[in-house]
Design a binder for this molecule. Structure first.
Ligand code: ADP
Ligand code: MG
Length: 636
C-alpha cells in the first residue's frame, strides 16, 4: 500500500554543509540555478526518448518532449516543467535526497581553492540541483515516473536541514515540475526579460524546445549538423562552453562532416586546460553520441582511444540504428568505422596544427601531452602518433623548448645509428649525468625525458623509422667512439708511465675486489671526460631508470639487483692520486673508502642510492681528514 502521509527526512551531513554554502553564497551569478534545472530537464527528456526508442512501455506516451518555464511576479515564483522520465518515490530519495559523497567533497575542496569557480564547476559534480537554493527560499518538486502504476510524488524543502516527501493528490502527467519560491534578493528571476536572457545565455543549445510562457526561446540547432561555412567562431565557442562548463574558449575546434561510406557529423574540441579527469572522477570523459539528433549515450568512451580522452564533443550519425543498445555499440561495424575515422581526424588535425602553428601545438603538448603519450599502443596510427611526440633535448636552449623525432633525425650525425635519450628529474640533473659526457664530446643529440612514462614510451615503440631508441646508460660505445670528436680536448692528457699504467691495471682489480658482487668488473672508461667514475649497464639490459620504475611499482617484491659495470677515468686527477696511493700501499684504507664513495656517488647521481647514511658518514670522515691536512698545510 502506498504511503500517503508526509515523511520527513534529514539531509546527510555533507549535503547540509554544501547547502549551507550555497544558501549563504555571496557568489554572483545566481542565475546558474536555472541552467542546472534546465540541464536536468533535458537529461530527463533524453532518457525518456531513449526508453521510447528501446520500445519500453511508457506512461503518457504521446506527450511532446519539451521544457516549460513559467513565472508569477506576484508570488515571486518560477516554475520549470519537463515531460521527461520523472522519478518514483525511491528514485526521488536516492537522486535528490542524497548526493554522492565524493562529489560534494571534491566540490568543496575545489571551491576552497577558487571561490569564483562555483559557477563553472557545480554542474560537474552531480550536485547541480542544489544550486536552486541559491535563489529559492522554498522548493516544491512534483514528479511522476514513466513507469506504469507509479504514483506521483511531491518533494518539498527549504534547503536548511530536512525535506519532506508525500504522495501527490492532484493528477499530473509524466515528468517533473519544480516550483521555485524566490528569496527576496532573487526576485528578479520572476520576470520575463531576466529569464529569457538567462536561458539564451546558458541553455540555447538544449536539444528540446524551451517555452517561456508559451513562447519558444531556444534555437535548438544541432550545430554539428550545420555547414561549417555558416558557423561563426562565437557559435562554436558558445556551444563548447555549454557542453563542457568551461569558462574559456577551446584551444582547437574540429568539425567534420562525412557522407560516404558512412554518414556522420562530429564537432570536437580540445580544451585549453587539461581536465585532469583522473583526479576525482576517472570516468569524466567521452563523446556524446547521437543517432539522428537523438542522444544515445552521454560520454561514450569507445569513440576515441583513451589517449585522446582530452577531446570533448558530439558525434551524430544517420547510419546507426536508433534502437541500438549501449552494450552492443562496440561490436557494431558502423560504429567502429566512425570511431576509426574520428581518431584519424583528430590526429590529422593535430598534425596540421603542429606544422602550421607550432606555438599552439606547444600549448597543446604542455597541457595534454601527458595523456597523449599513452598512445604508444595505437599500432594502427603509429606513424602519426610518433610524428606528434615532443621532447626536450640537449640541443634545446632551455627546458621548455620541444623537438620532434623528425627534427632529431634531421640533425643526426653521419654514422649515427640510434636515437639517444636520458631520463632525469630535470634539465640540470641530466646535464650533469656523467653518461652524457661522451655524447657531448661527439656532438650527439640526446633526448631529455623528465616523466617516467616517457621511458615506457621509448621501450614500447622501440624505434623511430630505422633508428632504435637507446638509453645513454645502455648505449654501446663501440659505435659512438668511431665518431669524430667535436669538442677537442684543450691539451692532451699527460700519459701515464709504464709503471703507473701497470699499477692502474692492478688498482682496477683491487677496486673490483672491494666492491665484490655489486659490480661485474671495473674497467677503464672511454666515455668519461670530466667525471672520475660511472656505472654502466651491460648491453641489452634494462636502463637503470627503467629498473628504478619497476622497483617502485613492485614495492615490497624483491627485484634481483642488476649487476653493473664500473668504469673509471684514467685521466681524472682523483684516479691518478689513487694510483699514487696504491703504489705506496695497496691496502691503504683510503683506496677502499674512495672506491665505495665513487660507487655510491654514481648511484646517487642516477637516483638509485637506497641508503644515504653510509655515503654521508664516509664523506664526513674524509672531509674531517682533509680539513686536518689543510689546517696543517696552512699553519706551515
Ligand atoms: P546530476 O544532474 O549531475 O546527476 P543533479 O544534482 O543536477 O546532478 O541531479 C541529481 C539527480 O536528480 C539527477 O541525476 C536525476 O537522476 C535526478 N533529477 C534531477 N532533476 C530531474 C528531472 N527534472 N527529472 C528527472 N530526474 C531528475
Ligand atoms: Mg544536473
Amino acid at each position: 500500500m502506498a504511503d500517503t502521509t508526509k515523511t520527513k527526512f534529514e539531509f546527510k551531513a555533507e549535503t547540509k554543509k554544501l547547502l549551507d554554502i550555497l544558501v549563504h553564497s555571496l557568489y554572483t551569478s545566481k542565475d546558474i540555478f536555472l541552467r542546472e534545472l534546465i540541464s536536468n530537464a533535458s537529461d530527463a527528456l533524453d532518457k525518456i526518448r531513449f526508453e521510447s526508442n528501446k520500445g519500453a512501455e511508457i506512461t503518457d506516451k504521446d506527450l511532446p518532449l519539451e521544457i516549460k518555464i513559467a513565472f508569477d511576479d506576484k508570488k515571486n515564483l518560477v516554475t520549470v516543467t519537463d515531460t521527461g522520465i520523472g522519478m518514483t518515490r525511491d528514485e526521488l530519495i536516492a537522486n535528490i535526497g542524497t548526493i554522492a559523497k565524493s562529489g560534494s567533497e571534491e566540490f568543496l575542496k575545489q571551491l576552497s581553492e577558487n571561490k569564483e569557480a562555483v559557477n563553472n564547476i557545480i554542474g560537474r559534480f552531480g550536485i547541480g540541483f542544489y544550486s536552486v537554493f541559491m535563489a529559492a527560499k522554498e522548493v516544491v518538486l512534483k514528479t511522476k515516473s514513466y513507469k506504469k502504476d507509479e504514483p506521483a510524488v511531491e518533494w518539498r524543502s527549504d534547503g536548511l536541514g530536512d525535506y519532506e516527501i508525500s504522495e501527490l493528490n492532484e493528477e499530473i502527467k509524466r515528468g517533473t515540475t519544480i516550483e521555485i519560491y524566490l528569496k527576496d534578493e532573487a526576485k528578479e528571476f520572476a520576470e520575463r526579460h531576466r529569464l529569457e536572457s538567462v536561458i539564451k545565455k546558458h541553455s540555447n543549445f538544449i536539444s528540446f524546445p524551451i517555452y517561456l510562457e508559451n513562447e519558444k526561446i531556444n534555437t535548438i540547432a544541432a550545430l554539428w549538423r550545420e555547414p561549417k561555412s555558416s558557423i561563426k567562431k562565437e557559435q562554436y565557442d558558445e556551444f563548447y562552453k555549454f557542453l563542457t562548463y568551461d569558462s574559456e574558449e577551446p584551444l582547437e575546434i574540429i568539425h567534420t562532416s562525412v557522407d560516404a561510406p558512412i554518414q556522420f557529423n562530429a564537432l570536437l574540441f580540445i580544451p585549453k586546460k587539461s581536465y585532469e579527469f583522473w583526479r576525482w572522477n576517472r570516468d569524466d570523459y567521452g563523446l556524446d553520441l547521437y543517432v539522428r539528433r537523438v542522444l544515445i549515450q552521454h560520454q561514450n568512451k569507445d569513440l576515441l582511444p583513451e589517449y585522446l580522452s582530452f577531446v570533448k564533443g558530439v558525434v551524430d550519425s544517420e547510419d546507426l540504428p536508433l534502437n541500438i543498445s549501449r552494450e552492443t555499440l562496440q561490436e557494431n561495424i558502423i560504429f567502429s568505422k566512425i570511431s576509426q575515422s574520428i581518431t584519424s581526424n583528430v590526429l590529422s588535425h593535430l598534425t596540421k596544427t603542429a606544422k602550421d602553428s607550432p606555438e599552439r601545438y606547444a600549448d597543446f603538448w604542455k597541457e595534454h601531452g601527458k595523456i597523449f603519450k599513452l598512445g604508444y599502443m595505437d599500432f594502427t596510427n603509429m606513424e602519426k602518433y610518433q610524428a606528434l611526440l615532443r621532447f626536450n633535448s640537449s640541443e634545446s636552449k632551455d627546458e621548455k623548448e620541444l623537438v620532434s623525432l623528425e627534427e632529431y633525425v634531421g640533425r643526426m650525425k653521419k654514422d649515427q645509428k640510434e636515437i639517444y635519450y636520458a631520463l632525469g628529474a630535470g634539465r640540470e640533473a641530466i646535464d650533469m649525468n656523467p653518461h652524457l659526457e661522451i655524447f657531448k664530446s661527439k656532438g650527439l643529440e640526446v633526448l631529455y625525458l623528465y616523466d617516467p612514462v616517457d621511458e615506457f614510451v621509448m621501450t614500447s615503440i622501440r624505434k623511430h623509422k630505422d633508428f632504435d631508441f637507446k638509453s645513454v646508460d645502455a648505449a654501446s660505445l663501440k659505435d659512438i667512439e668511431k665518431l669524430e670528436d667535436v669538442v677537442k680536448e684543450e691539451k692532451p692528457k699527460e700519459k701515464l708511465s709504464k709503471e703507473d699504467d701497470k699499477a692502474f691495471g692492478r688498482l682496477m682489480l683491487k677496486m673490483k675486489e672491494i666492491l665484490g658482487d655489486r659490480v661485474t668488473e671495473v674497467h677503464e672508461s672511454k666515455r668519461l671526460k670530466g667525471s672520475p667514475a660511472t656505472l654502466i649497464n651491460p648491453d641489452d639490459t634494462m636502463s637503470s631508470t627503467m629498473q628504478k620504475i619497476l622497483k617502485m611499482s613492485n614495492q615490497g617484491i624483491a627485484m634481483p639487483a642488476q649487476k653493473r659495470l664500473m668504469e673509471i677515468n684514467k685521466d681524472h686527477k682523483l684516479i691518478r692520486n689513487l694510483v699514487s696511493v696504491f703504489k705506496k700501499n695497496e691496502n691503504d684504507s683510503f683506496i677502499a673508502d674512495t672506491t665505495e664513495q665513487l660507487y655510491d656517488s654514481a648511484l646517487l647521481l642516477e637516483g638509485s642510492l637506497d641508503d644515504p647514511h653510509k655515503l654521508v658518514n664516509r664523506l664526513n670522515k674524509m672531509l674531517e681528514e682533509s680539513s686536518s691536512w689543510y689546517v696543517k698545510v696552512k699553519d706551515n
